[in-house]
Design a binder for this molecule. Structure first.
Ligand SMILES: *[C@@H]1O[C@H](CO)[C@@H](O)[C@H](O)[C@H]1NC(C)=O
Ligand SMILES: *[C@@H]1O[C@H](CO)[C@@H](O)[C@H](O)[C@H]1NC(C)=O
Ligand SMILES: *[C@@H]1O[C@H](CO)[C@@H](O)[C@H](O)[C@H]1NC(C)=O
Ligand SMILES: *[C@@H]1O[C@H](CO)[C@@H](O)[C@H](O)[C@H]1NC(C)=O
Ligand SMILES: [Zn+2]
Length: 691
């Protein structure tokens, strides 16, 4: 669960038409079927060339392995201000998926009713750039549904008729849009056999937190107000500034660093009656929930997430002029409907929106066209190998700082963990989208219909079956661990052929990428947050006191190590939560170990040409070195220097360079494989380790 990064990626995708140039071997990628010997050769050569061009061989791998492996990435994939402020390999895989989707959306409609709905949606979105007038009329209707807007209606807006929480609750009830105070219905964190209502802060956009992003946000907001609502420049600027200031005050009202606290620390089950008493003057929580959930659907108790936030927003709201709050709420709602015409490439933007609103179905639809059962089998095999490797470690004496009883439960949790490929083949999309009428010419109404449908479904959860927490659907390119389900989900975009691994490439690359990604997610079940959840995904501790103490000491080691790194001139945050670093460190070790097991099995079976299959003739690396190169190159990126501090401060991951250096300098085998001297920076004497 890594929402911050999701927010960054989403922000980047929305703000800039990220058109990552495909440096994947385009010659062979044109067609997925590559069965001739010649094509296989080309495919291998292309991969070797791709690895080679990213290297900077002037750097000593024992001094800075990230620069060595990725030092030339920026030449081929430069981040450019106002174009793409960062580039990385996951963008490339996402872009490849988008190209497949774009191709389908531009095909003529056939008799597939569901695909026609998606195509209509995309078409209506693209039409906005041609049919500005009709679009603007729809926007007017959309905001007028919830009253007037001081920004546009001036004197006609009546302050005394405005009630912020009623407006927020009404919008949320109808369209599910969460503003200022979010209500959600999800599996009960303490007992996932039932659902509970959660209230807390909504997901704020990253711009509210970070100066540089908020400047960009302001520009976009002003542009939209002018373009779609005819607001004068000066007024638009003033209102945009007020709204951003208000949002920043809301964000800062929460716990100072939620990042350092676990869900456990921040969540409390409270009787609604009690909450109503506490906030009665300024926020009638009973009435708020009646409006948001339906009159007869208010439960006796709800989970409150970060109660500090409540206390603080009530104060912020009391101190803010009502017209600012009214502008903010309605403008937030309109965000769902605003089309970014400025970015030059509306088509790309509409692809993002199509993925956002038809997430699962889009994955399903595109995947049906490149699906390969052999690849699915391969993913499941790697998962079993990685799991078996961890099992062996838990049985062995390397982890003897964990008490036997705790290790026994860890094994049970590991056995209970499941891995799914998110191909959505068992979903009944026909039933799901039956009521949805998507027109080819009204984007705003299309979005409204979808939001209403989703909101209706969410409200039914109060009575319906348990709803697992899901990662946001737009993120269809990196795997995720679901802590409340104890399961790993693999997005189908990752299974596109010949990105990270392929049948013609050395298997070392497969373990370094797929193996590492799966191991990373698996370890999230045992990191500083995940270890508080049992094998069924309920918040329920199973660590004995002594092992907990030992775990904490080791976690602090990571905290100090990563806090010492500098990025964009600043030290990395002194983050209490080390979940991502724990998962990275153990992930790369387990993947490496799994690869060694695979090699032994091959040798035991007298497999031929292992040496030549596992290396590239064009590159001078042995197979173990290739593993580490493959791992490091997964994290090649280029971030505009201007944005580095902002990215480092707001992300739950450390910057890519330290995902590589941090994990590998803690891993003794790395230094052996590259024959580093004992005083090499990549081989510090003191190494942090948990698993
Ligand atoms: C969870 O709730 C169900 C009923 O909803 C109950 O039967 C079960 O005992 C509860 N489990 C735990 C661990 O409390
Ligand atoms: C607010 O709650 C207090 C008790 O905490 C109660 O005395 C008071 O009457 C309530 N005010 C209103 C307006 O309901
Ligand atoms: C833990 O288990 C190992 C192997 O099963 C055994 O050798 C060791 O004595 C056990 N430790 C304790 C404290 O029981
Ligand atoms: C999916 O739902 C539709 C409409 O409710 C129904 O007619 C159809 O039989 C369902 N398909 C499957 C495979 O269950
Ligand atoms: Zn992670």
């Amino acid at each position: 669960m890594c929402l911050i990064t999701f927010a960054i990626l989403l922000f980047l995708q929305q703000q800039f038409s990220a058109d990552a140039a495909p440096m994947e071997n385009t010659i062979v990628a044109a067609k997925d079927d590559l069965n001739t010997e010649w094509a296989k050769q080309i495919s291998r050569q292309a991969k070797a060339a791709e690895i080679h061009v990213m290297l900077n061989t002037k750097v000593n791998p024992c001094v800075d392995f990230y620069q060595y492996a990725c030092g030339n990435w920026h030449r081929h994939n430069p981040a450019q201000l106002l174009n793409h402020i960062m580039t990385d390999r996951f963008q490339l895989i996402a872009a490849a998926f988008d190209r497949r989707l774009e191709q389908i959306l531009n095909e003529p409609r056939d008799d597939n009713v569901l695909e026609a709905k998606v195509k209509n949606f995309y078409h209506a979105c693209e039409l906005v750039k041609k049919d500005d007038v009709r679009y603007r009329v729809s926007l007017q209707h959309a905001y007028q549904e919830f009253g007037k807007l001081p920004l546009l209606d001036g004197e006609d807006w009546k302050e005394e008729e405005f009630n912020w929480w009623e407006t927020v609750a009404n919008i949320q009830h109808k369209y599910g849009k969460q503003i200022i105070l979010a209500v959600d219905i999800m599996a009960d964190i303490a007992n996932n056999t039932g659902n509970k209502v959660y209230i807390g802060p909504p997901d704020f956009s990253i711009s509210s937190n970070t100066k540089i992003f908020s400047v960009l946000q302001e520009l976009t907001t002003v542009e939209h107000m002018k373009r779609f609502f005819g607001v004068e420049e000066a007024k638009a600027k003033a209102v945009a500034k007020e709204m951003i200031k208000f949002e920043r005050a809301l964000v800062h009202g929460g716990s100072d660093s939620r990042a350092g606290l676990t869900l456990h620390d921040l969540l409390a089950l409270k009787p609604v009656e009690k909450l109503r008493e506490i906030y009665n003057e300024s926020l009638d929580l009973q009435r708020f929930l009646e409006l948001a959930l339906g009159v007869d659907q208010v439960p006796d108790s709800v989970y409150v997430y970060d109660e500090k936030y409540f206390v603080s927003i009530i104060q912020v709201i009391a101190e803010t002029p009502k017209h600012v709050i009214a502008n903010y709420i309605i403008w937030q709602m309109l965000q769902e409907y605003l089309v970014d015409l400025e970015k030059g490439n509306v088509g790309k933007w509409c692809i993002e929106r199509t993925k956002k609103y038809f997430g699962k179905y889009v994955d399903y639809m595109v995947y049906q066209r490149y699906k390969d059962p052999r690849v699915e089998r391969e993913v499941l095999d790697v998962w079993e190998e990685v799991r078996e490797t961890f099992r062996t470690e838990l049985h062995g004496n390397k982890l003897d700082w964990i008490a036997n009883s705790t290790r026994e439960y860890a094994l049970e949790k590991l056995d209970a963990m499941r891995l799914y490929i998110n191909s959505y083949e068992s979903e009944n999309f026909t039933a799901e989208y039956a009521s949805l009428q998507v027109t080819r010419n009204n984007y705003v109404e299309n979005v409204q219909q979808i939001l209403q449908m989703e909101s209706g479904k969410k409200l039914q959860r109060l009575r319906g079956p348990v709803m697992p927490l899901e990662a946001p659907e737009v993120l269809s390119f990196t795997p995720a661990y679901n802590i409340l389900e104890n399961s790993i989900k693999i997005p189908v975009a990752l299974l596109q052929p010949r990105h990270f691994w392929g049948p013609q490439y050395p298997q070392a690359l497969k373990y370094a990428t797929l193996g590492y990604l799966i191991a990373h997610e698996m370890v999230h079940g045992f990191d500083d947050d995940g270890r508080n959840y049992d094998k069924a995904g309920n918040l329920h501790g199973w660590w004995d006191e002594k092992s907990t103490y030992q775990f904490e000491e080791r976690r602090k080691c990571f905290q100090a190590q990563y806090h010492n790194y500098r990025y964009g001139g600043e030290q990395l945050p002194n983050d209490v939560s080390q979940a991502e670093n724990i998962a990275d460190n153990a992930g790369v070790k387990l993947a490496y170990e799994a690869y060694q097991r695979w090699l032994s099995a091959q040798r035991a079976a007298n497999a031929t040409d292992i040496e030549s299959r596992e290396t590239f003739a064009q590159l001078h690396f042995d197979n173990q070195q290739l593993f580490f190169i493959g791992f490091a190159q997964l994290w090649c990126d280029d971030v505009q220097s201007f944005f580095r501090t902002a990215v480092a401060a707001s992300d739950s991951y450390v910057p890519s360079i330290y995902r590589v250096i941090g994990a590998l300098s803690n891993f003794q085998e790395f230094s052996w494989v590259f024959r580093c001297s004992q005083d090499a920076p990549m081989d510090p004497e003191f190494k942090c380790a948990i698993y």
